[in-house]
Ligand binder design. Structure first.
Ligand code: DX5
Ligand code: ZN
Length: 226
């Protein structure tokens, strides 16, 4: 299981130090939550390509970075995030008109392509694109902010993706990765591993005032080994 931090609960004045701390703790994948003040229900603004570019410069080329685009116009400005240095762009199926074309464009410039769906959106909206997707992200909270409660009712949908990806791999197809985002903590990490999740986004469970990132990560890894 790969654990990737969401930085939404970080002190943005201390962002560089927080990212250094995460990398020193063994993190090698950073999840970047981009909200444009329009698409998410609570109209939050987080950060955009300029901040992502600074993070890339800080961490160097070896840290994997994805951007989770919670924006209205991903099809128009995805290239800004590629230029800023992300390895993977994850676009919401609810926000994109032509997912096939977006995947093609991302692949054409050497970027990985992911699709994400809200808790209320059924799996069959994404399944037709699975053969060309590098990653599927299941939201286990309604997107908009960190620190929300995990929705365990995402189990069936997650297992549907797991089965479809396993069948695709068995048929010689793309090894699409399966990721979950929202409310993941030490107490439910083993549960989502059992569902077939390979990558878990952890925001408030890693960056909080209860412990250091290293301490919180150790607790999560320990829970996975139980
Ligand atoms: C929600 C974001 C998540 C979230 C994760 O809109 O996509 O990445 O902030 O934070 P926690 O782990 O605190 O739910
Ligand atoms: Zn996210």
């Amino acid at each position: 299981m790969i654990i990737t931090p969401s930085i939404l609960t970080a002190d943005f004045c201390e962002l560089g130090t927080t990212i250094d701390e995460a990398i020193a703790a063994g993190i090698d994948w950073i999840h970047l939550d981009v909200m444009d003040g329009n698409w998410v229900v609570n109209r939050t603004i987080t950060f955009g390509p300029a901040v992502i570019r600074s993070i890339r410069e800080r961490v160097g080329p070896d840290v994997f970075m994805d951007c989770h685009l919670m924006v209205t116009n991903a099809e128009e400005n995805w290239n800004q995030y590629v230029d800023a240095g992300v390895n993977l762009v994850i676009a919401h199926i609810e926000a994109v008109d032509d997912m096939s074309t977006l995947i093609e464009k991302l692949h054409a410039c050497g970027c990985q392509a992911g699709a994400v769906l809200n808790p209320a959106t059924p799996a069959d909206t994404i399944l037709p694109f699975l053969p060309n997707l590098d990653l599927v992200l299941v939201m286990s909270v309604v997107p908009g902010k960190g620190g929300q409660s995990f929705m365990s009712e995402m189990e069936d949908k997650t297992r549907t993706f797991r089965a479809a990806i396993d069948a695709q791999i068995a048929a010689g197809g793309r090894p699409t990765k399966l990721m979950i985002d929202g409310g993941i903590k030490a107490h439910n990490i083993a549960q989502v591993a059992d569902w077939g999740i390979e990558i878990a986004v952890v925001g408030s469970g890693l960056i909080n005032d209860k412990g250091t990132i290293a301490e919180n990560l150790t607790e999560i890894q320990h829970a996975l080994q139980q």
